[in-house]
Each structure stands twice: as C-alpha cells, then as structure tokens.
Write a protein that binds this ligand. Structure first.
Ligand SMILES: Cc1ncc(COP(=O)(O)O)c(C=O)c1O
Length: 344
C-alpha cells in the first residue's frame, strides 16, 4: 500500500534512473569480524553503491528529481560544481550522457592534494569518458557563481541550462532520499525487521536531510538517522542539515513532521578535513573489503563506516539492535588515492 509520503512524492516529476529498490544485505562476515564489540548487533548494508548508471551512488537518487523537473523545463545543458574528485559531478555527467544532455563541470581544488592519480584518475577519468566539459579552479573559488555566469552566456546563445549546486543538495534533490526512506520502510516489512539506526556520511547534507525528512513523515523516531560529517565540522553540518530538512519538508508538504531536535550528526571522523585520509578510514575500507568483498570510498563512506565501528566499540548499540549502513558509492575515488592505499 502507498504511504502518504509516497503519494506526496508522486506529485514531483522524476526521471527513473534506478530500475528497482537497491538491495539490503546482512553483513555476516563483518558481524563476525566485529563480534568482540558487536554483541548481537545486526549489521545490514543498503547497496546504494550498486545502481544501473555511471557506477552508481547516492547522487542518482537526487538526480532523479532534479532532472525530472529540468526535463519539464526543456533544458539542454546541465552545469554543476564540486571538488576535483566529485562523485556527484561524475554521476551528473553519466546521467546527462544517458539523457542526451550537455554536461559542464566547474570543479575546484577543495582538497589540498595534487598528483597524477588525483588529478587525472578516478572520477576525472570518468567525467571525460562520459563526455562532460571540465574546468578546474583553485580552492576557494566561487564555482557556483561561475556556473551561473556560464548558464547566462548559454541562455544568451539560445540554449537552456540548469545549474545544480554542490552535491545536488537542494530540497528537490533531497526528495530522492525521502523516497529512499519509504523504500527502506517497505524492505523492513519484507525482511521482518526494524532498523534502530540508519547510518550515512554527511557531505552536502542532502542524504541525511532527505532520509530524516522521509522517516519523520512516516512517524519514525527522531534520531533514527545518524550521519558522520566529512565535509565540515559538526556544528556547521547540523545547521546545514537542519535547514535542508525544514526546506525539504516544506516542499513535500509535511513541515509539521520535522523533528524539533537537532539532527544526529557526529563530527569525530572528519580528521584533518575534507578528503584528507584518516587511519580509521583506511582500517574501515580494508575491513569492508576483506570481510565482505565490498568497496567503500576514502572521502565519504570510509569515514562514515569508521564512525559506525567506533560507535560499536563504544557500546552505543545494544544487543538485538539492527543497524543499516547506507553504502553511498564513491569507490571510483579509490583510484585517486592509490598512494594512500599502498599495501602494507
Ligand atoms: C560517495 C558519497 N557518499 C556520501 C556523500 C554525501 O552525501 P551528501 O552530500 O548528500 O551529504 C557523497 C557526496 O558527494 C558521496 O559522493
């Protein structure tokens, strides 16, 4: 049966980029590897890293709504912004290829890192392969202003360009993860379990805000969604996520459901900053690879999974709790961090 959340979401145009719900699988070998701390905690993985376009990842859910609306406006070009190794940029390029749109990427050196792998491999290699036009600017450049100026130029030339801000994290983009909350709720029924914690990375906040807004509309407990900040410090991540939750709920028509509590965001995994490796991230990526044969990424999901492990160790989950870790994709970024992952 369709929930009122799904009915509200159905009012928004959407380009279908996912053929079906992404799998939820139990990570039994991980549970065994962590059993010293896990004490009867069920660890499940939502495979948002496994999707049919561009290598997959969380941005496809946002792009479904962002491009659904843009198609109604007959756009011919999408311009977006991000760091050099932006997964969002790569997936935007892939989706544009799929939909026959031009794609332009305004990238900035957001991470103080520059070597052959970082500058040319991973997402950058794929951006080119998907046929996007790339320009790269120094860190701190106002890439959104450049993107809007370029859209203006294109409009003057008779073209119609859409500008998508960082990470696709607008209220419209966040609807993708509100929809994912409904998907998870259905899968809980099928699996006969209920998740006590849903864990995600927090970059531009759309994934957390969308899930939290969706679960709130389903009357689930506030704090069910927990994220680990990987882009900015905890306080800034809380502010951004709270604002985006409010705006997303407003758009969806469910503002009364928005929790009054601050979103549940942990800043302990950021390390020295965005895109800068931590030992805990390295250990988490290796543990996932060696126990489940699955790939996390060095910038987002690796740090968030390190946070989950740290919470397990600290006894923050109770025996019998089921924890859902959303694999948000980004493994392509591993190739940009080859030196960081040199075998020991
Ligand atoms: C692989 C991956 N995971 C998680 C995130 C964070 O999602 P959000 O920006 O919605 O917070 C990103 C954002 O770029 C990402 O690329």
């Amino acid at each position: 049966m369709q929930t009122s959340l799904e009915q509200a979401l159905a009012a928004f145009p959407r380009v279908a980029l996912l053929d079906e719900p992404t799998r939820i699988q139990r990570a039994e070998r991980l549970e065994t590897a962590l059993k010293k701390y896990a004490k009867g905690v069920g660890i499940y993985l939502k495979r948002d890293d496994h999707m049919p376009v561009g290598g997959g990842g969380n941005k496809l859910r946002k792009l479904e709504f962002l491009l659904g609306s843009a198609q109604q406006d007959c756009i011919d070009t999408v311009i977006t912004v991000g760091g050099v190794q932006s997964n969002h940029a790569r997936l935007t390029a892939a989706v544009c290829a799929r939909l026959g749109l031009n794609c332009e990427l305004v990238l900035t050196r957001a991470v103080p890192k520059s070597d052959t792998d970082y500058d040319h491999n991973g997402n950058v290699l794929l951006d080119h392969l998907f046929g996007a036009r790339l320009e790269t600017h120094p860190g701190g450049t106002d890439s959104l202003a450049i993107a809007h100026a370029r859209a203006g130029q294109l409009r003057q030339a008779g073209r119609n360009a859409l500008v998508i801000p960082t990470g696709g994290s607008t209220p419209l983009g966040a609807l993708g993860y509100a929809r994912c909350a409904a998907e998870i709720a259905h899968q809980e029924q099928q699996l006969g379990i209920r998740f006590k914690h849903v864990i995600v990375p927090n970059g531009s906040a759309g994934t957390h805000a969308g899930l939290a807004t969706g679960f709130a509309a389903l009357q689930r407990e506030p704090g069910l969604v927990k994220s680990f900040a990987v882009l900015v410090e905890q306080a800034a991540a809380i502010d951004k996520t709270r604002q985006l939750m409010q705006a997303t709920a407003q758009l969806l028509g469910t503002p009364e459901a928005t929790p009054t509590e601050a979103p549940n965001i942990d800043g302990s995994q950021l390390g020295s900053g965005y895109g800068l490796p931590t030992q805990d991230m390295l250990d988490a990526v290796r543990l996932m690879a060696r126990s489940e044969g699955l790939l996390l990424d060095p910038v987002y999901s690796g740090k968030a999974f390190a946070g989950l492990i740290s919470d397990l160790r600290a006894g923050r989950y109770q025996p019998g709790d089921n924890v859902l870790f959303v694999m948000t994709g980004g493994a392509v970024g591993l190739y940009a961090y080859r030196e960081t992952f040199q075998p020991k």
